[in-house]
Ligand binder design. Structure first.
Ligand code: ASP
Length: 347
């Protein structure tokens, strides 16, 4: 009898300890590799493994910066380099194609400590657009530079430039052909294209993003993307729009979004998360879910990652999956893809 009671007490104590531990866990870096129709049934085991490995590599690169007392900005930039250089994601190498068969890239970065920000849009020859965004923030008096002007600037500050063919991948090219066929079929049947300059509505998006919290308590956010397949007319999405796809403020939260950009721009999603926390005192999870619910209500889809100044994380999405991961101050990390994962600490 006595033994049973002790056992029960012991169990209760362990449960309380686990709960306390989960609540205390402080995250320092969070990433996404895009939200969209990402389902087990559509994925090979090899491809899934490749995604998980690359996400883990990116997390560890950023974590190393934070561990060495580097800045949140450096962590965000270096982490995004890993994802931009991988053909798996719709950013840098592996970016989607425009209607005209080009790769036009957008990126933004924001420094939560001083509310500085930089972004580039529609660039075709900068190997790592996130570094160009950072250079705009640190070496120019502007926030957003576009197209040839942004490229001239990147060249002048010494960034690595590439031939536009560098960004080509067969998978994305095939994706464009599929989108063009879909659009032609719709037009033939008399239906207007679901969205001008868009691709197939429920295809995966694949943008990459990172938010980080450094040892000095500074937050930073960054997002990099090729935009949406079959985009037209020089379309620019939410990623390089400060407050829409990217935002960071030490007073509240760092946010990076992924999804159907037009809805994120109209709903000023990244800033909305910060404003809900600031004005309404919402916790990061509630603020992130509330902001995303507005996107869904308006007919859009996607997800976001958010990291608050205490190291709490939210990663909501309303698609079937979102490539995502987070690493704690003690180096414990989680990488998730599908909706049914993340019943633990992350969600
Ligand atoms: N939000 C990006 C855009 O609309 C796309 C994405 O997240 O994949 O350009």
């Amino acid at each position: 009898m006595k033994i049973k009671r002790r056992l029960r007490l012991f169990l209760l104590f362990s449960i309380l300890l686990t709960v306390a531990h989960a609540q205390q866990k402080k995250y320092v870096l969070v990433i996404h590799g895009g939200a969209g129709t990402i389902e087990r049934g559509r994925m090979t085991a090899e491809l899934e493994q490749a995604y998980r490995t690359k996400l883990r590599e990116a997390l560890l690169v950023g974590y190393e910066v934070i561990k060495q007392h580097g800045s949140a900005l450096d962590a965000v930039e270096k982490t995004i380099h890993v994802l931009e250089d991988s053909p798996l994601f719709n950013a840098g190498k592996g970016a989607v194609f425009t209607h005209e068969g080009k790769n036009e890239l957008d990126a933004a970065i924001m420094d939560g400590a001083r509310l500085r920000a930089g972004a580039v849009a529609g660039v075709t020859t900068i190997q790592n657009p996130i570094s160009a965004a950072r250079a705009v923030m640190e070496k120019s008096e502007h926030v957003l530079l576009a197209r040839e002007g942004a490229e001239d600037f990147a060249r002048q500050v010494g960034l690595r430039m590439v031939d536009p063919s560098y960004f080509y991948t067969k998978e994305r090219w095939d994706g464009l052909q599929k989108a063009l066929q879909h659009e032609a079929a719709q037009e033939k049947s008399g239906k207007t294209a679901a969205r001008l300059g868009g691709g197939i509505q429920d295809d995966k998006f694949g943008t990459v993003g990172c938010v980080a919290l450094d040892n000095q308590g500074n937050l930073a956010a960054g997002t990099s993307t090729g935009g949406m397949t079959n985009k037209k007319f020089g379309r620019i999405g939410d990623s390089p729009i400060i407050g829409a796809g990217t935002y960071a403020n030490n007073a509240s939260v760092a946010v990076s979004c992924t999804g159907w950009g037009e809805f994120y721009i109209r709903n000023v999603v990244a800033y909305d998360v910060a404003a809900l926390m600031d004005y309404k005192n919402l916790k990061v999870q509630d603020a992130a879910e509330t902001a995303l619910a507005k996107v869904a209500k308006a007919g859009g889809n996607g997800g976001l990652i958010a990291l608050d100044k205490e190291g709490n994380v939210a990663m909501p999405f309303n698609t079937s999956g979102m490539y995502r991961g987070a690493i704690s101050a003690t180096g414990e990390f989680e990488v998730e893809i599908y909706k049914d994962e993340g019943v633990g600490d992350l969600n």
